[in-house]
Ligand binder design. Structure first.
Ligand code: SF4
Ligand code: SF4
Length: 419
């Protein structure tokens, strides 16, 4: 185990519930209601960095190779390891996802260690081009993530429809156990490749979100977004019965209405698997997006904690390039909000996300982008995009539950040709 791998403070257990939190300590209310402070001693994590600047004889792959070396990536991979590269293949219509050439380079490095890389993601909860493994594979290949381009196969984790899960005991505020894609049990190594973006629901989408939401089973995804059972819109429902056939809990029955039969869900029987949302041919079943931005972020952290608990250490690579205001789940790509910044590497998801937002906010905002205020160096670009979302929650809560450290050291690698 390397020094960097030792840095993840997974053994730290913060008391609950957490009220506010700062870099030095957390304020906790105990069972008698008295508040007291507790100093949280979280080790400083290392985040390695390369800028996007290249020149004749020093392309981005040469720099990426140095970044991997400096982050002791070769020691992380062992011969015959099944190495999962968790990434987002991009929803149909977007073009801002991580370029497949970067993935191909990483695959070649892993193969050089005589290990067995593959690309993976899980099927999404909502309707779109990634809701089942067949559609998802077509989308991945259409976006260039085919074995012919990257040199690695694509294996969608969590089953054909996203229902194959394992439960990981975490004992946190929102969840005692989290439901994750079952394949993670068999990953020998996990590499989390993240395209950093703004995000409508969480302020930003970084490594924590890629890990927590991205490797959850559909039931876990639904539990993060909603506390209610899915809603069937009677006007759209044709009474075809497809949802009932797929419901594993036999929670859906057809009822006679004024316009013929329609489906209803028994909330007491529903187990929140999300299958009815994915299978309805009439798009009549909706997620009830009732969860607050704060709770969604905390729940994502708890799922990410479950993944790291099972797979520690995880290697994180975050691409601060083409930083769009929305995530890669939306079917379009808007203009970047800041210039390209570079690529980060770490073994700590909280540290790499903290470094990412710090670097983004240090930039001058791009005129002509969706960013209309806070364009200056050091101003909060993410809060300007989504004024009602406190994006710091995922970092503060992630640190408080022991997912990682907000305190980091940024190590610049090969910046000799910086402009
Ligand atoms: S979410 Fe799952 S269990 Fe609940 S009604 Fe839909 S298919 Fe059935
Ligand atoms: S699958 Fe959709 S249209 Fe068919 S019964 Fe269920 S909700 Fe109605």
């Amino acid at each position: 185990m390397t020094e960097h791998q030792k840095l993840l403070p997974l053994s730290f257990e913060a008391p609950k519930p957490i009220i506010p939190l700062d870099t030095k300590g957390i304020c906790i209310k105990n069972q008698t209601g008295l508040k007291f402070s507790l100093e949280v001693r979280v080790a400083k994590s290392t985040v390695y960095f390369i800028g996007p600047w290249t020149d004749m004889g020093r392309d981005i792959f040469a720099k990426l190779g140095k970044l991997l070396q400096r982050a002791e990536f070769p020691d992380f991979i062992q011969q015959n390891d099944l190495v999962a590269l968790k990434l987002h293949f991009g929803e149909q219509g977007t073009t801002a996802y991580i370029h497949p050439s970067y993935v191909g380079f990483l695959v070649s490095q892993i193969k050089g260690r005589k290990a067995l890389p593959f690309l993976t993601d899980t099927n999404v909860l909502y309707r779109g081009a990634r809701g089942n493994s067949v559609d998802h594979l077509h989308t991945a290949f259409a976006h260039g993530f085919s074995p012919l381009v990257t040199g690695a196969p694509v294996i969608i984790s969590g089953g054909l429809r996203g229902q194959t899960s394992i439960e990981v005991e975490i004992g946190k505020k929102h969840f005692q156990r989290v439901k994750l894609a079952s394949e993670i049990e068999d990953f020998d190594k996990l590499i989390c490749l993240t395209h950093f973006t703004g995000h409508l629901g969480t302020g930003f989408g970084g490594a924590i979100k890629n890990l927590g939401m991205g490797l959850a089973a559909k039931s876990g995804k639904l539990a993060m977004h909603s506390t209610l059972v899915p809603l069937i819109e009677q006007e759209k429902c044709t009474g075809c019965g497809t949802c009932g056939k797929h419901c594993p809990a036999d929670a859906i029955k057809l009822q006679e209405g004024r316009r013929g039969e329609f489906a209803v869900i028994d909330p007491a029987a529903c187990i929140g698997c999300g299958e009815c949302i994915a299978t309805c041919p009439s798009e009549a079943v909706d997620i009830q997006w009732n969860e607050s931005a704060q709770n969604v972020q905390e729940k994502i952290c708890e799922h990410a904690y479950g993944v790291v608990k099972r797979k520690q250490p995880v290697f994180f690579l975050t691409f601060l390039m083409n930083i769009t205001p929305g995530c890669d789940c939306v079917g379009f790509s808007d203009t970047a909000i800041v210039p390209d910044i570079g690529i980060l590497a770490s073994y700590d998801p909280v540290a790499i996300d903290q470094a990412s937002v710090d670097l983004v906010n240090q930039q001058q905002g791009m005129s002509g982008s969706k960013l209309k205020a806070n364009l200056g160096h050091g101003e909060d670009k993410l809060r300007s995009l989504y004024p009602n979302i406190d994006w710091t929650v995922q970092l503060r809560y992630g640190e408080a539950i022991g997912l990682g450290s907000r305190d980091y050291e940024l190590v610049c690698v090969d910046e000799s040709n910086r402009r």
